[in-house]
Structures are given as structure tokens and as C-alpha cells.
Design a protein around this ligand. Structure first.
Ligand code: 5GP
Length: 191
């Protein structure tokens, strides 16, 4: 399709599910698997959800200029490796990036990526708290930290092309499909 998608959202707004739905619906779009120093959650698999590495390894990758972008979030590093994204592009895939606003800012400098930047918001803070607790992946302290971070994260909506509210997964996904389809049409009209 010739464009790549960035999805960002405060933690718990449903972005990971949506990213997976995009790659299922569009076989030509692959998910960028980030590197992180965060410890794997019980259901996460190395090389599938993230490349889990230690701090020393991550810092040496930064020194080697291996990342398109990287950021420190909740005391852990996260980054998008150039090598794996370039490989997907060589294989003619487009890429969806599930990254935060700091990474989006850095990635935007690579104009050749033709990014469509989508920011997903939960309906409100109360609902976000409910989702963070229900997904049962983090302890209370981490949930509180993520809620605090939410206030900061949502300030960055204006760096994005689209803001979609995730009231309900199906309707949120159908809005994202509309965005993707409209960009596909736009590209077609240039051919
Ligand atoms: P989690 O720890 O819940 O998987 O992710 C925490 C945050 O890190 C999410 O907002 C997610 O989008 C972001 N994130 C994941 N991978 C990357 C990455 O490679 N770069 C950046 N900048 N953020 C990332």
C-alpha cells in the first residue's frame, strides 16, 4: 500500500488488540516487534510480543544506532529496530507500529515511511482504570503509575493525523478500517 501506520494510546486503551486486528484483516500489514527492557508478562512470548533484552544490550543497540526511535517509558526502554522494519519493507510489507508519542515524534522524521498517525483514547479515565485492573497484568502500584502517565500522554493527541475513541472495540476498529481504506484510495488515484 505504500504507507505505514502508527497507533499510540495511553496504556490500557485497547491498542494492542487493535494492532493485532489490523494485521489479521490486512495480510500486507505486519506488526513491528519492538525491543524492550521490560520483563515479559506471563502471557508474552519473546520474539512475538517483544524482543526482550537487558539494559546493557539495549544501550549497546542505541550506541550502534540500531533504532529508528527509542524511548524510556515507566523506567524501561522501548525501541523500534531499523533492521527488522527494513526487512519487512524489503519483503514488500507495510508496517504497523504500536509505540508511544515520544517514538512517534522521532519516527515522523523519516518522511519516506509515509506515516498515518492514529491516537486511540479510552472513553474516560474511569473506564481506563477499570480496563487496567480487569486485564490483571499489573500490580496496583503499576496501575496507579499508568493512570498518572495517562494525563501526560493525552496532551500529545495533536501530533497525530486522527484521534479515535475506543468506546467499543468493533466500532473503533471500523473507524480505523475507514482511515486505512481512504488512504488506500488516495494512493490508487496517484497511479
Ligand atoms: P507495554 O509495556 O504496556 O507493552 O507498553 C508500554 C508503552 O510502550 C505503550 O504505550 C507502547 O505503545 C509503548 N511502546 C511499545 N513499543 C515501543 C517502541 O518500540 N517504541 C516506543 N517509543 N514505544 C513503545
Amino acid at each position: 500500500m505504500g504507507f505505514n501506520i502508527v497507533l499510540s494510546s495511553p496504556s490500557g486503551a485497547g491498542k494492542t488488540t487493535i494492532t493485532k486486528k489490523i494485521s489479521q484483516k490486512y495480510p500486507n500489514i505486519k506488526i513491528s516487534i519492538s525491543h524492550t527492557t521490560r520483563k515479559p508478562r506471563p502471557n508474552e512470548i519473546d520474539g512475538v510480543d517483544y524482543h526482550f533484552v537487558n539494559k546493557d544490550k539495549f544501550e549497546s543497540l542505541i550506541k550502534e544506532n540500531s533504532f529508528f526511535e527509542h524511548a524510556k517509558i515507566f523506567d524501561n526502554y522501548y525501541g523500534t529496530s531499523k533492521k527488522s522494519v527494513n526487512k519487512l519493507h524489503e519483503e514488500n510489507y507495510d508496517v504497523v507500529f504500536d509505540i508511544d508519542w515520544q517514538g512517534t515524534k522521532q519516527l515522523s522524521n523519516y518522511k519516506e515511511l509515509n506515516l498515518i498517525k492514529i491516537f486511540i483514547l479510552p472513553p474516560d479515565k474511569k473506564e481506563l482504570k477499570k480496563r487496567l485492573i480487569n486485564r490483571n497484568q499489573d500490580n496496583n502500584q503499576t496501575v496507579e503509575k499508568r493512570l498518572k502517565q495517562y494525563e501526560n500522554d493525552i496532551q500529545h493527541w495533536f501530533d497525530y493525523d486522527y484521534v479515535v475513541i475506543n468506546n467499543d472495540l468493533e466500532s473503533c476498529f471500523s473507524q480505523i478500517e475507514k482511515i486505512i481504506e481512504s488512504h488506500k484510495k488516495e494512493k490508487m488515484s496517484f497511479i
